[in-house]
Design a protein around this ligand. Structure first.
Ligand code: UD1
Length: 387
């Protein structure tokens, strides 16, 4: 059996790693194609190395551009690869432009498409990721769900239930695999924050960083928070460009550290020991929930509501006072108990391999005994500081 995985951007790589290992263990010929949407070592190659992902078999060098340019170039360069290799299945991951490009090309070549992390919905059409999710799911023959609530979204869109497999969360597979190595690195000691509460920050969504007023307000909140606890802000290239564009005077307050993007293990080490995480990333909402670390997501909505209803995640408006109040609450809230979310157990990729190789089904009917996750409705979370 030949399976071809297409990845392109940083959040794809943590999802690919456990799937690659599970497929290779079953003697599947697993071809990895990297579109090159992310190309800096710190956003791409370092992740392959740390997560033990083999070098991509094909690197398409797509690079940056507008959404249409990036998607179009990825499609043009993927088409001959998929057509030459005739894989039995093309696997796509998450919700980035490379995900959509791969699903479109494979579907038009009539190659079956599998989508890892299917069914998540924010309901927010201003997010390019939401468009990518909906269309990728519609084009997919096999849909691998990270959480039970995703099934309702697919059902509402008329996706046939026999295509849907509730396998669990592959991000958590990678986290479980990497946590001992990450803890041994002791990143908090290297960043001088060992043994005390600190905040970890990542922000890169256009809604937060492309509007100068919003970005100023967010930086103001972080500077003020840094008077209380050290704040480690790992800065995405897009965000760094926008901050430089603001021409702010460098802060004299050393407690707000602006860092380059971190590798997976350093980031995990910092997050696992943080007092609070402030982010607009998708993956961090899940990782903090699994680790029991309070998380503030600076967005009006989330495609991962289970992290709010059953985890440690809270949505917050991009307003200084709302963020400060929520961060202070988060810093007080940290408890050693970790939420248990159904099938976030380190074995999701193994289930994917069972579906792909053995035709196994992972139905939605039987909730796991240990789970506290409801079988149906997950309420829609509202952001703090709204109105
Ligand atoms: C993409 C994903 C987003 C994901 C994020 C994680 C889409 C629609 N969005 O957004 O879902 O959360 O990745 O990082 O696919 N750049 C570099 N070096 C790189 C990559 C990017 O400098 O290695 C800069 C470029 O200036 C580029 C900008 O970052 O124009 C944005 O990169 P892009 O891949 O277009 O989107 P992200 O904002 O990273």
């Amino acid at each position: 059996m030949r399976v071809l995985s297409v990845v392109g951007a940083r959040p794809n790589f943590m999802k690919l790693a456990p799937v690659d290992r599970a497929l290779v263990k079953r003697d599947v010929e697993h071809v990895i194609v990297h579109t090159g949407q992310h190309y800096d070592a710190g956003m791409s190659a370092d992740f392959f190395e740390q997560l033990w992902i083999p070098q991509p078999d094909h690197h398409l060098g797509v690079g940056s551009g507008t959404h249409a340019q990036q998607t179009a170039v990825a499609m043009q360069r993927l088409e001959p690869v998929i057509s030459d290799l005739h894989p039995d299945l093309v696997l796509t991951y998450g919700d980035v432009n490379s995900t959509l490009a791969a699903a479109l090309v494979a579907a038009k070549l009539q190659v079956p498409v599998g989508h890892v992390e299917a069914g998540l919905r924010s309901g927010d059409w201003t997010m390019p990721e939401e468009i990518n999710r909906v269309i990728t799911d519609r084009l997919s023959d096999v849909l691998f769900l990270p959480s039970r609530d995703a099934a309702q979204n697919l059902d509402a869109e008329g996706i046939p239930p026999e295509r849907v497999h509730f396998v669990g969360n592959v991000m958590i597979d990678t986290l479980c695999w990497a946590l001992p190595q990450a803890q041994a690195l002791d990143a908090p000691a290297r960043f001088g924050v060992s043994g005390r509460p600190y905040a970890v920050v990542t922000l890169h969504r256009p809604a937060n960083v492309d509007d100068a007023d919003v970005l100023r307000e967010l930086l103001d909140a972080l500077n003020r928070l840094a008077r209380q606890v050290p704040v480690l802000f790992t800065v995405h290239p897009r965000t760094r460009a926008r901050i430089e564009g603001l021409r702010l005077r460098p802060s004299t307050d050393q407690a707000l550290q602006l860092l380059e993007p971190l590798g997976y293990l350093d980031m995990l080490s910092l997050v696992a020991n943080a007092g609070v995480v402030i982010t607009d990333s998708g993956g961090l909402q899940e990782e903090t929930t699994f680790l029991g670390v309070p998380c503030l997501t600076v967005r009006p909505n989330t495609e991962r509501p289970i992290t709010c209803t059953h985890g440690t995640n809270r949505l917050v408006q991009p307003r200084r006072d709302a963020i400060l109040a929520a961060a202070e609450r988060g810093l007080r809230r940290r408890s050693p108990a970790r939420p248990i979310i159904e099938r976030w157990d380190g074995r999701a990729a193994e289930r994917i391999a069972q579906v792909v190789c053995d035709g196994e089904r992972f139905e939605l009917d039987a909730p796991d005994a240990a789970s506290r996750t409801p079988r149906h409705a997950v309420a829609i979370p509202q952001p703090l500081g709204a109105g």
